[in-house]
Design a binder for this molecule. Structure first.
Ligand SMILES: [Zn+2]
Ligand SMILES: [Zn+2]
Length: 258
């Protein structure tokens, strides 16, 4: 049994924690929506952030990890993502206008720059440590985006936030037999299907409709990325529509076994 720790997700009180972070070891996370509030000083140990896309709720804490832990950090913070995602960060975020360009600031207590960018490609497989690999797959969002399949030996989990179409997820599950669990977003109530379409997100109705074409049964389903104002409504709808699915709505601090 392997574990992924989840930060962010459903939290009524702290709006700052609605961004998402999936942590699969002390040095590697997927996305950086709420790293600081969740990990505190352990942020200084993060070496690689795998980004799903360039939206603020997935990148915002990169800025503060670099700034607050600049002195403690000993190795460059490696940001890995699609070429377009990295270009968006360089152009619009860590560009010296909004926040310093840390890729041109040398580490105080280590070799190299504070930040390094490294582009990844959908369908390629990357090694995280001796037993873990990570593979990006295409998702369907308003900007170039990807999800990730994290695998250890014969067990894998698919993390698919943010997306409108489930095509990439369905294709990945049929290609990769080891996938045991899916994390899929569900941002709006079903009545908001127009908004879900233009903002390229999902509702419970769209989610369970899309999942009908999945042939493999017995997968666990975890839901994240619920907009905080609709938590109750979306939870009710998921309960009503889930059918045979074993569904968990992810909350801040949850652990996913796979
Ligand atoms: Zn997004
Ligand atoms: Zn998002």
């Amino acid at each position: 049994m392997y574990e992924i720790k989840v930060f962010g997700g459903v939290n009524y009180q702290e709006i700052h924690r609605q961004g998402s972070v999936f942590m699969f070891n002390e040095k590697s996370v997927i996305d950086a929506g709420c790293l600081l509030t969740s990990l505190g000083e352990k942020c200084a140990d993060i070496e690689t952030i795998w980004l799903t896309h360039s939206h603020l709720d997935h990148i915002v804490d990169i800025a503060f990890v670099l700034d607050m832990y600049y002195v403690q950090r000993k190795v460059p913070l490696k940001i890995r993502g699609l070429k377009e995602t990295l270009e968006a960060l360089q152009k619009h975020f860590l560009n010296d206008d909004i926040w310093p360009d840390f890729s041109s600031i040398t580490l105080m207590h280590g070799k190299g720059m504070s930040l390094e960018y490294e582009a990844i490609k959908v369908g390629e497989c990357y090694r995280i440590d001796e037993e873990t690999t990570i593979e990006p797959f295409a998702t369907d969002h308003t900007v170039p985006s990807c999800g990730y399949i994290v695998s250890k030996e014969n067990s894998a989990i698919l993390i698919g936030t943010d997306t409108h179409s489930l095509e990439g997820i369905i294709a990945s599950v049929s290609n990769k037999k080891a996938i045991r669990a899916l994390v899929i977003e569900c941002s709006f109530p079903s009545a908001f299907d127009g908004l879900a379409k233009v903002s390229k997100h999902l509702t419970p109705a769209l989610l369970f409709q899309g999942l009908k074409s999945l042939e493999k049964k017995g997968l666990k389903l975890y839901i994240n990325h619920i907009k905080p104002s609709y938590v109750e409504k979306i939870t009710e709808e998921i309960q009503a529509m889930k059918g045979d699915w074993d569904v968990t709505i992810l909350k801040d601090g949850d652990t996913i076994d796979y």
